[in-house]
Write a protein that binds this ligand. Structure first.
Ligand code: SAM
Length: 288
């Protein structure tokens, strides 16, 4: 069962909504708290379509960006904070529920000793690949079977910071809505369009794509600074942490580039390599 205190049929709320409910929770064995804690499990996130995001600023940013909040858990002990109390009131007015939780409950939900004063239960949102607008020169970061939630979160944060238009997960990837991945995005999960496709779906999209398609590869023969980024919309393909890009994805690239390395390391960490690539590809558009 999803974390809602009352029935809702759709993810869109009508223009006029009934206010949400406010409930105090002090026990970690409360069934609502148990449901929320279960969102740590991928299976439960998939069944409910929900996920957790922690932090008051992040919750406010998400609300401002139009994400749907089902339940806001706030620290009862912190409700003297004007911003927290205001956000709780805003949540209720928007039709979502507020749980005023004891510190013990917040610690149990966040699985951290120093939990944030606000934790949101949000509805997951993914974009359709074809709907991501790259404009004349936008950058789309394409990740092949990314496995590590910290890498994925860091890449979403970097894509946001550099003004990439979106991130695409190709094939069996880590869940972008896991607590660890969301934490690593530092809020960028709410800012960067995210699409998911299987490899065949991506290759079909690539066939009709008219822009530049650059892949990164440990055997790439082109320096990563060489392609004419920014002249056309660009797809940037990054490989899996262990195996790199599949043959099919590497074969779909116009150029395979490599970041030169010295020293003993076989390769760079995926998130670091993606960061270098994103900033290089966006160099012409980023000015201080
Ligand atoms: N053993 C894997 C291989 O041979 O492809 C290493 C994968 S590496 C940890 C993960 C991904 O990061 C690569 O597929 C590539 O996309 C990117 N990467 C890491 N170091 C790179 C480099 N020096 N040049 C280009 N891409 C790199």
């Amino acid at each position: 069962m999803g974390v809602v205190l009352k029935d809702r049929e759709t993810s869109r709320r009508p223009d006029t909504v009934a206010p949400g409910r406010v409930k105090e929770v002090t026990s970690v064995s409360n069934p609502i708290v148990k449901d929320i804690r279960n969102l740590a499990l991928k299976k439960h996130r998939e069944e409910t379509g929900q996920f957790l995001a922690e932090g008051l600023k992040l919750v406010i940013d998400a609300l401002d960006a139009g994400w749907t909040l089902d339940t806001l858990i706030v620290a009862k002990s912190q409700l003297h904070s004007e911003l927290l109390a205001k956000t709780a009131a805003r949540t209720v007015a928007a039709g979502a529920d507020v749980l005023e939780a004891s510190d013990k409950v917040l610690t149990a939900i966040s699985r951290r000793d120093n939990p944030q004063s606000a934790i949101g239960v949000f509805r997951q949102k993914v974009s359709r690949l074809e709907r991501i607008d790259l404009g004349r020169d936008g950058l789309l970061v394409v990740l092949d079977r990314v496995r590590d939630p910290g890498n994925l979160g860091t890449i979403l944060r970097t894509a946001d910071a550099a003004g990439a238009k979106g991130v695409v997960l190709v094939g069996e990837s880590v869940d972008p809505f896991s607590l660890e991945a969301v934490r690593a995005t530092m809020g960028s999960i709410f800012a960067v369009p995210l699409a998911r496709v299987d490899e065949a779906g991506f290759l079909a999209f690539r066939k009709s794509f008219k822009g530049l398609v650059v892949g990164t590869h440990m055997r790439g023969e082109t320096d990563f600074r060489a392609p004419a980024y920014g002249a056309r919309p660009t797809l940037l393909l990054m490989g899996n942490e262990q195996a790199g890009l599949t043959e099919a994805l590497a074969g779909a690239c116009e150029a395979l580039v490599r970041i030169p390395q010295v020293g003993r390391a076989d390769s760079l960490n995926l998130a670091v390599a993606t960061g270098l690539m994103i900033f290089e590809a966006r160099r012409g558009s980023l000015k201080l």
